[in-house]
Structures are given as structure tokens and as C-alpha cells.
Design a protein around this ligand. Sequence first.
Ligand code: IMP
Length: 426
Amino acid sequence: MPVTVVVGGQWGDEGKGKITDILAADADLVIRYQGGSNAGHTVVVANEEFKLHLIPSGILHKDCTCLMGGGTVIDPLVLAEEIENLQARGHSCENLRVSYTAHVVMPYHKHIEKLAEEARGRDSIGTTLRGIGPAYADKARRLPRPVRFRDLGNAQQLRKLIADQLSEKNIIIQHKYGQPPLSAEQVFEEIWPAAQKVSAYAIDGQRLVQDALRREQRILFEGAQGTFLDIDCGTYPFVTSSHPVAAGACLGTGLGPTAIDEVIMVCKAYTTRVGAGVLPTEIAGEQGQFLCARGQEYGTTTGRPRRCGWLDGVVARTAAMLNGATYLAITKLDVLDELATIPVCVGYEIDGIMLDTMPSWPDDLEKVKPIYEELPGWQQPLGQIKARDDLPTAAQAYVEKMEELAAVPVKLISVGPSREQTIIIQ
Ligand code: IMP
């Protein structure tokens, strides 16, 4: 594993945290390259569950350095709490680093996002309300200069940047949303204790990555969200504001594209989505509720129930191409254990034309009709199986179908939440 990217092949919540944690055992450096506390990565170690929002899932391996790259957006209040929680459970976080250049999610980002989503009513995006979109919007706007991670250690600079931001944002808060203006001093006081704590982790992240490359260290990039939540490649406008696709690892850290050796695309054995936007294989009624309950499909960050759908082979194939995937990691195969037959979408029909990749225009995607093949279920528990060849025949056929649809060979199969419930294909 010289330089590997772990990426979500669907709409997020594929189980990337668990896969990253397993691969991190062999990594020198684990890097989050985009997103912020909108992510929720669950890792289970020796029956202990860790829910991480910002800190890379490699943090539980003490010998592995964990970096949050310049492409991430960081809420200092969430980061400080996450560090404290890990420390209280015996993980020092001494191996954590945060790039100077990462942008900071401030209280006014969360406030404005809440006002905007509420004002949109039924037409809202259904964001996580973690201030992600407004923070990236400020980054793209450039001036007034937003707060970046290195600024958190400098009270005078931080006060000035907050005042500059609020001189504009308060106009929107007051005149667009009819709400009282925010006080720059109160915002400063709200974040200053956390800012002092987390600024101790600030470093030149780009240099850390370049040094690691020069020393031929094993580097693992941990994607958050998923391919179809990517702002350019996803189902726009119902997407996040960053680049979850593998190319985002380059943008978010200063890595050249030719440095990437492997892209492991994580796909759940079925499909889920949180928030608004198209989900072609969505299952209505009881069967959808069954998958949601059996797969514990409730958001790690917001607790919202996820919408569930059958496996979508068009999504898998398109995602594999968008990411240049070299391997597939299949997760939650065991969630399908009880089903007698399992529908799998093998193509889309749109106006009488068959498609095997996704149309990129959202209105076209709304019109697609999934074409299903019924695969037999295995109706026995997979949780204790350790080798691909020991899977029941029907489960082997299901895995082969996923490989065929994505056109990528499988490397890992997860059959339960713990590290041990993972089949690794050599
Ligand atoms: P935002 O990232 O909070 O702006 O939300 C934009 C869209 O991405 C919404 O539909 C969210 O539900 C979705 N989203 C953001 N983060 C995640 C995630 O980690 N898993 C699944 N969906 C996510």
C-alpha cells in the first residue's frame, strides 16, 4: 500500500471508516482530504465503538500519523470535543496534525446555513447543518479573507478576521433573514478556548505529505461523503461542497495525480442516501424500512434515517470510472442475509434508450427507469465467515455480480461491524 485512496462509491455512509481503520494498520500517514464534521465515520475495536467526524479513522493506530489536509473545513468546537473524547478513552491524539491552510467553520457559517435551509422549506438541500457549504463558499469567494486553521493561534488576527466577516454577514442576517446581528466579540469568545486547544496541532500539511512521498512512506487518503455527493461529479445541486472523489485527494493535500497507486472504492451491498436528491433504486414501504432497521441506517452525524435502495450497478460502474478505482471494498453484505431474492439494478432505461452509466444532467437522472435482475438470497448468517470461498454460493454470486457491474476486482468484504468481520482477498 504505497499511496492509496479510500473513496465512497455511492452517496456516503458506505463504511469507509471501518475500511480505513483496517488499512491504517499498514500505513505511516492517514489523511482526510475534504469535507468536515458533516462526515460520520464509525470504527469498532474490541467491541468499543468510536464515532469520528473530523479526525481521520487511522487515529486508533498509535504509530500512524493522521493529517487533516488543506482541503478540509474544520469546526474547532467539534475538533476540540473529539480530541477530548478520544483522550478520555486512552487515545492521546499526539499523532494528529492539521494543515495550516484548512479553512475554519465558524459559528456564523452554521447560523447562516440554518437560516437558509429553513427559508427554503420543502426545497431545502437537507444538509447536515454543520456549516460546510457556507465555509467552502467563503473559501471560493476569497475576500474578505476567511479564517484558516493557522489563524486560530493568534487572538488579534482572529478578532480582525471575524470582524471583517461579520461586517458583511450581518447585512445578510439582518436584511435577508430578519434576525439580530451577531457580535464579533461574542463569536470570538465562543471559539477562543477551543481555538487555543486545537491550534497546537497546526502544521504545514503540504510539506508533511511531500516529505512522506520523498521517504516512500505508506500513505492512505480517507475520503468522506461519496462520489455522487461531489460538487462536480455528483447529483448537483443535492451534493456537498467539496470533492469526495479520488482526485480530491490531490486537490486537498498537494499530491500530484501520478503519485496515486491504488484507489479502493467502498460500496455498500445496497444503496443509501441522506437528504434530498435522486435515488433511482429507492425502495418504498416495508422493504425499505426493513433494510434501514437491519442495516442501522441512521446518520452518525444527524441521526436522520437514511433512504434505502437496492444495489445500483450503474452507480457502481460510473463511480469506478470517476474515481479510477483499482479495487472494490464491499460492505454490509450481511445486512442482506435474510432475503430470499435480491433485486440488483443492472442498467437504466431512459426514453427507450438503455444506459450503463449515469447521465450527468439531473433532469435526465430523474427520468431513468432502473432495470433489475433478481439474484437468489443466501438466507444464512455471514458474520463469522473469514474467506471468500467459504461464502455460500449465492453470496459468492452476489459479490461476482458487484465486480462485474463495477468492472473492478474486490479486495475486501465486510460482513459485520468489527475489524475481525472482514474478508481480505490477497
Ligand atoms: P452538507 O455536506 O452538510 O452541505 O450536506 C449536503 C448533502 O450531503 C446533504 O444531502 C447531506 O445529507 C449529504 N451529506 C453530507 N455529509 C454526508 C455524509 O457523511 N454521509 C452521507 N451524506 C452526507
